[in-house]
Ligand binder design. Structure first.
Ligand code: NDP
Ligand code: MG
Length: 397
């Protein structure tokens, strides 16, 4: 059977791995409807030609001309801008990969969730910002939401065949990132180049820096809460420097099931692509004798305040996650742009949460995408204003 497939964020780290997986399969097994990218037009056009996509969309309106030129004679339609992205995501397909980075992925996830089939969700921000809305749209359209994030794919795999009522706890592992053993004083002077060097995983720049600050794990705690519904107190993070165990689930009889695999996103993406079956994947096989040991350490919430903030966001509930994520993205922009230091990121996020968290947390339900985006904009505005006060009133341009 030919499956119709769309990939959003195809030019990114997750997207490229997804494209490679498809290309390793029989061409008649799939038909690519839409591919999307941002500024990497050459790669997007190349992927669209190779996969014979029906439409290629860039999120950047200014890149439309370049995309049209790169696709000339290929028969692939070109489009640009956020509305075109959403329209492409609304095209019915059997399997969608949502792998745009940041809150920009939310409208895409929601549009894809409306048409049924499988929504393979790498964009964790969709669940962090609007978990209740996304789950409700999936439920009413009969869309299957499959996690792609390695830890959540691990939990999902460990829960196969189990009754959700017997689930007692979820433990997400974190590598600890490049600053696992650094003091706060050392982290204060950390540069973006140091922060983006992940010890185990090859990922996009933004998620790599989020791993160094543990904001990635913070998002993942909230993501796990949304996906699996356990009370926040029963969702833990533990440092596991080798990144071999991706998550552990504990049951009411004290038993634990862990999922392991190489640090390669081909595994979780392939799992979401082939679910409910498993198919052979070209990834390394673990050699336990060579590994020798697996280590676990407590996650230090004093050195990594993002984890403490995630607990506050889960306690606040409602749309506090949208505020948290927007503030985090602004902080990351500020750090990458050299406007603020590494530790300032958590201070900025805490400041914005103090301003908006309670109000956002009180939004219990009945909200729509527009409400989420409005909160997102307010949180970013507050975050940028905070950065401006830190830099002596210099405007953020
Ligand atoms: P990358 O930064 O590598 O790629 C992001 C993709 O989104 C690119 O295709 C990029 O286009 C596109 N893009 C950037 N900005 C926008 C925008 N405003 N609107 C639409 N598209 C845009 O990210 P990753 O692949 O690392 O991450 C993607 C998602 O998957 C994130 O949510 C991340 O948290 C999650 N994830 C990633 C993992 C990984 O191993 N990388 C692991 C687990 C989860 P272009 O590059 O052409 O500009
Ligand atoms: Mg992860």
């Amino acid at each position: 059977m030919t499956r119709r497939i769309s990939i959003f964020g195809a030019t990114g780290s997750i997207g490229r791995t997804t494209v490679a997986l498809l290309e390793a399969r029989e061409a008649e097994a799939y038909e690519v409807v839409a591919l999307s990218g941002g500024r990497n037009i050459a790669l997007l056009a190349d992927q669209a030609r190779r996969l014979g996509a029906r439409i290629a969309v860039t999120s950047e309106p200014a890149c439309l001309e370049a995309l049209e030129a790169a696709l000339a004679g290929s028969g692939v339609r070109a489009a640009a801008g956020p509305e075109a992205l959403e329209a492409a995501a609304a095209e019915p397909v059997d399997w969608t990969m949502s792998a745009v980075i940041g809150a920009a992925g939310l409208p895409i996830s929601l549009a894809a969730a409306r048409h049924g089939g499988v929504l393979a969700l790498a964009n964790k921000e969709s669940l962090v910002c609007a978990g209740a809305l996304l789950k409700q749209v999936c439920a009413s359209a009969g869309t299957t939401l499959l996690p792609v994030d390695s830890e959540h794919s691990a939990v999902f795999q460990a829960l196969r065949g189990e009754r959700i009522e017997s689930l007692e706890r979820i433990v997400l592992t974190a590598s600890g990132g490049p600053f696992r053993t650094w003091s706060r004083e050392q982290m204060r002077a950390a540069t973006p180049a140091e922060a983006r060097t992940h010890p185990n995983w090859e990922m996009g720049e933004r998620i790599s820096i989020d791993s160094a600050s543990m904001f990635n794990k913070a998002l993942e705690l909230i993501e796990a809460r949304e996906l699996f519904g356990l009370p926040p107190a029963r969702i833990e993070a533990v440092i596991h420097p080798q990144s071999i165990v991706h998550a552990l689930v504990g049951f009411n009889d004290g038993s634990i099931i862990a999922q392991m695999g190489p640090s390669d996103m081909t595994g979780p993406i392939g799992h979401a692509l082939d679910w409910p079956e498993r198919r052979p994947l070209d990834v390394d096989r673990l050699d336990f004798a060579a590994l020798g040991r697996l280590d676990f350490e407590p996650a230090d919430e004093d050195r990594f305040p993002a984890l403490r903030l995630a607990r506050e966001v889960m306690a606040a509930g409602g749309l506090a996650g949208a505020v948290f994520n927007a503030a985090k993205e602004t902080a990351l922009d500020g750090f990458i742009g050299g406007r603020i230091g590494f530790l300032d990121m958590a201070t900025l996020v805490e400041h914005v949460l103090n301003e908006l968290g309670a109000e956002a947390g009180a939004v219990a339900g009945g909200y729509g995408l527009a409400d989420v985006m409005a909160l997102d904009r307010t949180a970013r505005r507050l975050g940028r204003a905070w950065v401006e006060t830190q830099s002596g009133g210099l405007p953020w341009t």
